[in-house]
Design a protein around this ligand. Structure first.
Ligand SMILES: [Zn+2]
Length: 281
């Protein structure tokens, strides 16, 4: 059986299932690796001030340790989501939001330096229409994340628009300008023409592990990874997909002979080992 990696997921031990319930189910379904990306404070009922972000970062690290206790390999990530920029712009001036986001990134850098986080995410750009100044702030934070990637050789998960070749080219050039390793900066939730462009340009990407998207992705060379992006919110159960369902979908496609074992091994092991610097299962 091909070991399955979930290259981008979330966990909510306060309101949702948490790793206590998710990790053993994923492991049982053939999972070996999880990239756990912390959510914004309010998802956990925590206030969105600096102290709240720090608490949320600590909660994320605890959840990663919990998942490891079930025998999974875990990369633990925390960041400042582009939607948080808009949220804080409701009550702060643009320069205050930028300063605040950078302070959160200082906390992230410290935890990376201490080896308690293995990466930064999600950061990036809004995928919806917003004020231009929001995008500028979000891009400053994204660049700071890529600098952390360069300085400590850790992964970054980018949340971006589905801009096809333009988005992928922007990431490739940005990473080159800053001087980070190209394999460390990952375009999360890439679909359709955006995933295709990322694969063509050699930019690492994660594709949603729902059957429809994945069947389309299988037309591409196996140079991407798969994610559940499970938000673990009881109000939206199984969104985008449960990690164990994501594993099941891939093994189903294998049984239906729609994909080879070799191809799945590249998505779930080789590419994960390369981008996340983890040892194979
Ligand atoms: Zn996500």
């Amino acid at each position: 059986m091909v070991p399955i990696a979930d290259a981008h997921t979330h966990t909510n031990p306060v309101r949702g299932l948490g790793m206590e319930k998710i990790a053993p189910k994923f492991k049982e379904a053939g999972g070996w690796f999880l990239a756990i990306v912390g959510l914004s404070p309010w998802h956990y009922g925590i206030e969105g001030n600096l102290e709240g972000y720090e608490k949320t970062l600590e909660l994320t690290i605890k959840e990663c340790e919990k998942a490891r206790s079930y025998g999974l390999k875990v990369s633990c990530l925390y960041g400042f989501h582009p939607a948080d920029v808009d949220k804080h712009l409701g009550s702060m001036k643009p320069e205050e939001v930028l300063d605040f986001g950078m302070k959160v990134m200082d906390l992230v850098e410290k935890a990376v330096k201490e080896g308690r986080l293995q990466g930064v995410g999600e950061v990036g750009r809004q995928h919806y229409k917003t004020n231009p100044i929001s995008v500028v702030i979000a891009e400053h934070i994204m660049d700071r994340a890529i600098e952390i990637s360069k300085d400590y050789d850790v992964v970054v998960h980018l949340h971006l628009e589905q801009g096809g070749r333009v988005s992928a080219l922007d990431v490739k050039e940005r990473v080159r300008r800053i001087g980070a390793k190209s394999e460390r900066v990952i375009m999360h939730h890439a679909r359709g023409k955006t995933l295709k462009a990322a694969v063509e340009l050699g930019v690492p990407a994660t594709a949603p592990g729902v059957k429809g998207s994945l069947e389309k992705a299988l037309e591409l060379p196996p140079n991407y990874m798969v994610e559940s992006d499970h938000i673990d919110d009881p109000k939206r159960p199984g969104i985008v997909i449960y990690p164990w369902e994501m594993a099941k979908v891939q093994l189903e496609l294998l049984n239906e002979e729609k994909v080879s074992e070799d191809y799945l091994y590249k998505l779930n092991v080789e590419n994960v080992v390369r981008s996340f610097s983890v040892s194979p299962p």
